[in-house]
Design a protein around this ligand. Structure first.
Ligand code: TYD
Ligand code: MG
Length: 451
């Protein structure tokens, strides 16, 4: 006889307690405990990867093996995964609803020429077929399974022996041995553990889709992120075309990779030359626009920063920012007030990063400040100038990482000038076509640009 037991779990971090608690002792979040029934079933097998008992071995004596990786047709994805997917690894794809998680994995399932089992707990097979028809089915060996029971899924997976197993989504699965609802901490954890065991024992890579919570983290315990080998985050604005796919964890590669996709009527396409697309190419001179040379991951990216400054219509001036940290904007405005006589208290400021992209690269600071000043004075910044510097509290320009690649990208895209910090000037490569202007303070930049 199995014993039914219940316990309380923190929905933030997965901490287990025998009674309800107001505050989690582990992650300090308030009011996060939910009761979940758990059944201690003695028939549930304990973890083991094969029969062999493991024993400690000297590191030099461990057999070296050239890691085999499955390559996809989608080059962008191969790069993101550090050169392909490692057999037996588990990948978690997170992102907001409607961003294209299901589309991306379905696209892989139906365009790669290998046997794939696509399990969906969210859509029926007919709905998936409709979506697949839009993208175009190229794979003869893609199986669909609309199912949420983990045992059934594992049985079919063992029978079909796919080369890739896709689960959409981990929050819809349930294990019949547990009584708690699908999506609860214990279900998510147990289902992931079993899929992990399946992946390791059969060498099948498993791709999981994970929902995210309001604050953008993957729903379910952090444990989930610890359990999987790779975490990919899909970012971007679903009303815009562009989607950024970022590796936030990768046991088999670097986490600095970034893929840029475009959502078309026929699925997602990797964007080869994002900078050109992100910048409005017409040559009109408009005020309030500045080009930032940013780096996302390892990838240099030119982005357009747009600002609108107008007299405050109501008593309290409004500050609004899309794609850029609002606190950072306020700080920059305060610096501008002190250094450049920008009258903060009587102006509304709206800031937007074009293309629906979010940036957190500090090198965007200078372009933000210049866009604000340009809109305020209604003077256009020549379209041939790019900016790359962080701004300190006293208005000084600070050095940024990977300056060479920023300069090289701006040069490649035909910019004539790039304004950077004076610090690190010695390290600059000489004889470039682009003119690199080194400034020490924001006032110098203003003089340089507006004369
Ligand atoms: P979806 O992949 O279901 O997002 P998620 O699984 O992350 O919730 O939805 C992607 C959105 O993209 C959806 O609103 C429909 C749209 N879409 C296209 O624009 N083109 C396409 O070819 C497809 C399949 C979807
Ligand atoms: Mg979906």
């Amino acid at each position: 006889m199995s014993k039914v037991k219940s316990a309380f779990f923190c929905q933030e971090c997965g901490y287990e307690a025998p009674k309800w608690l107001g505050k989690c002792p582990s992650c300090q979040s308030w009011n996060s405990f939910v009761e979940e029934k758990i059944e201690k079933n003695s028939s549930v097998k304990s973890f083991s990867f094969g029969d062999q008992k493991s024993k400690p071995t000297r590191i030099q004596e461990v057999e070296q093996s050239e890691e085999f990786r499955l390559q996809f047709d989608d080059k962008e994805l191969n790069v993101l995964l550090g050169g392909g997917v490692v057999p037996g690894s588990i990948l978690l794809l997170g992102g907001e609803p409607g961003i294209g998680k299901s589309t991306l994995l379905l696209q892989i399932a139906i365009t790669e020429k290998r046997k794939v089992l696509y399990v969906s707990g969210e859509e029926s097979d007919k709905q998936i077929r409709m979506r697949a028809d839009r993208i175009g089915i190229k794979n003869q060996d893609c199986y669909l399974l609309p199912e949420t029971n983990l045992q059934t899924i594992l049985n079919f997976a063992q029978e079909i022996k796919p080369e890739l197993l896709v689960i959409d989504s981990i929050q819809t699965l349930f294990d019949g041995n547990l009584e708690s609802a699908p999506g609860s901490i214990s279900q998510v954890r147990e289902c992931t553990a079993q899929l992990l065991r399946f992946a390791k024992q059969t060498g099948t890579p498993v791709f999981l889709i994970g929902h995210i919570t309001k604050d953008g983290s993957i729903a379910g315990p952090k444990v989930l992120e610890h359990m999987v080998d790779t975490v990919l985050q899909f970012e971007g604005d679903r009303n815009h075309l562009y989607r950024l796919l970022r590796t936030t964890k990768n046991r088999f590669g670097s986490t600095n990779e970034l893929g840029i996709y475009e959502m078309l009527g026929v699925g997602l396409r990797a964007v080869a030359n994002p900078s050109e697309l992100l910048i409005n190419q017409d040559n009109q001179q408009l005020s309030g626009i500045a080009i930032a040379s940013t780096v996302e991951g390892l990838r240099p990216l030119q982005i357009e920063v747009q600002a609108l400054v107008s007299s405050a219509a109501y008593g309290t001036p409004q500050r609004s920012s899309t794609g850029f940290d609002a606190k950072r904007l306020n700080m920059l405005l305060a610096v501008l007030e002190k250094r450049c006589g920008f009258k903060l208290a009587s102006k509304d400021v709206f800031l937007n990063i074009a293309g629906g992209i979010k940036v957190d690269d500090p090198a965007t600071d200078l372009a933000v400040a210049m866009a604000v000043l340009s809109s305020n004075a209604d003077l256009a910044i020549p379209k041939t100038i790019a900016f790359a510097a962080e701004i300190g509290l006293s208005g000084e320009l600070r050095q940024v990482q990977r300056l060479q690649s920023r300069v090289a990208e701006a040069e490649k895209l035909g910019y004539e000038k790039i304004i950077v910090s004076r610090q690190g000037k010695e390290k600059m490569e000489k004889n470039r076509q682009i003119q690199v202007i080194c400034c020490g303070k924001i006032e110098e930049v203003v003089r340089n640009v507006f004369g």
